[in-house]
Design a protein around this ligand. Sequence first.
Ligand SMILES: [Zn+2]
Length: 84
Amino acid sequence: MESSDETTDDLPMPPYVTTEDVVFALRAVSVHTPEQRPDGQRCRKDEAPHPCRLHRWGRRVLAKRGLTDGQVQTLLSGGTVALR
Ligand SMILES: [Zn+2]
């Protein structure tokens, strides 16, 4: 009988974070935003408890690329950050 382990369902990280990965990660983080519900914060997009799988993946990709939370916030609000 198959059993799924909820704690190991994280999406795989790219071995090298490209600019395309950064764009995709930013989109994931900006779309998968938390929404307050009676039972806590849930993803606006897929209703999973926040931070959902894609949000976590996006954050990990951006962190791996060396972006700080402040830089991510700037990018999410339409600003520009010099990518190395
Ligand atoms: Zn989500």
